[in-house]
Design a binder for this molecule. Structure first.
Ligand code: A2R
Length: 316
């Protein structure tokens, strides 16, 4: 049996599979997880966590014999992979299995903004339809130019899902890819040229607030911002101010700077659609993510290898 420290939750299916091979110690059931680790940390070989909770540096320091961290989610900016690597700890995540779902969430947010889904739903519920007649016209999702910030696995899935809408896809990332879409090496220039911008980069220092005031103003009063990446990628205060003044048209957001806190000023706006970080949150996709999270741990326990290491640990 291995010894596993679990941060955050796990589904019953995950727990059954893990408990067959590991003694699972749940942080959520400990009065003081740090004190527990100070006493028992040396026995822990494995950690299961998620992209939101990650692994606190003081937790990692308290587990000198840690071998692997398995992250439930593709984003792992809450885990210090450099510190893990230096300790010989391999970090895994769950890429690919959530591409289609997160892409659906991005397209759904774009459509909800363009077609004023929330306003029109409220129009029916409130009785305005009967009292005032038809609701105001909306904008067509067809034939738009959409800029994807971060054309990786999920970005490509978004481009594929937008194809039937006659979308012209363009993109920005640090390097050009071998794809049939126009590449912009400058984010503000891309924002100026598109109708809608969809953010799907990783979080972390290199993307912190790269969607800044200049980019938001380049997107402009007729522009729509969709964020399904990390709240840190967008300067939230600047975005709220631009949406309030009409310098930015609409925003569809699944992620926020200080989740689950969402500023009151943002919640009060009618030109936004807000989701509680549910990009991958369907039964089907979460089951696939859970299976891969567990598979990585079981395989490492069995033969010391993993299925889906983060790029920083790919050669370990
Ligand atoms: O920059 P490149 O050429 O490495 O392209 C990656 C891009 N990217 C960036 N673009 C602009 N500025 C940056 N500082 C920057 N850093 C990375 O983001 C690549 O095109 C894309 C990430 O793609 P993948 O690594 O395939 O990630 P995946 O699976 O699409 O997931 C993206 C993120 C996760 O990290 C979670 O935060 C979120 O979606 O759920």
């Amino acid at each position: 049996m291995g010894e596993l420290f679990m941060i955050g939750g796990a589904t019953p299916v995950m727990m059954d599979r893990l408990q067959a091979k590991f003694t699972v110690h749940k942080a959520s059931e400990m009065a003081d997880p740090h004190a527990w680790l100070a006493e028992h940390g040396a026995s822990i070989g494995y950690v299961a966590t998620n992209g939101h909770d990650g692994v606190r540096p003081e937790y990692m320091a308290a587990m000198p014999n840690l071998k692997a961290i398995s992250c439930y989610g593709v984003g792992y900016d809450a885990i210090d992979t450099k510190a893990a690597r230096e300790k010989g700890v391999v970090v895994t995540h769950t890429p690919n299995v959530l591409n289609a779902e997160v892409a659906t969430t991005a397209v759904m947010l774009m459509m909800a903004c363009y077609r004023e889904l929330l306003r029109d739903d409220a129009w029916v519920r409130s009785g305005e339809w009967e009292a005032k007649g038809n609701s105001p016209l909306t904008r067509s999702v067809d034939n738009q130019t959409v800029g994807i910030l971060g054309l990786g696995r999920i970005g490509q899935a978004i481009a594929d899902k937008l194809a039937p809408f006659g979308t012209t896809v363009v993109y920005h990332s640090r390097s050009a890819k071998e794809v049939p879409y126009k590449y912009y090496d400058n984010l503000a220039r891309m924002a100026r040229d598109v109708d809608c911008m969809i953010c799907i980069t990783p979080g972390g220092p290199s993307t912190n607030k790269i969607v800044n005031r200049e980019v938001l103003e380049a997107l402009g009063p007729n522009g729509t911002l969709i964020n399904v990446s990390r709240g840190s990628v967008v300067d939230e205060a600047e975005m709220i101010s631009a949406l309030q003044d009409g310098r930015l048209g609409w925003a569809g957001l699944d992620v926020f700077e200080a989740e689950p806190h969402v500023p009151e000023a943002l919640r009060a706006l009618s030109n936004v659609v807000l989701l509680p970080h549910v990009g991958s949150a369907t039964h089907e996709t979460r089951a696939a993510m859970g299976a891969l999270t567990v598979d990585n741990l079981l395989q490492h326990l069995e033969d010391g290898t993993v299925i889906s290491p983060v790029p920083e640990c790919a050669d370990m």
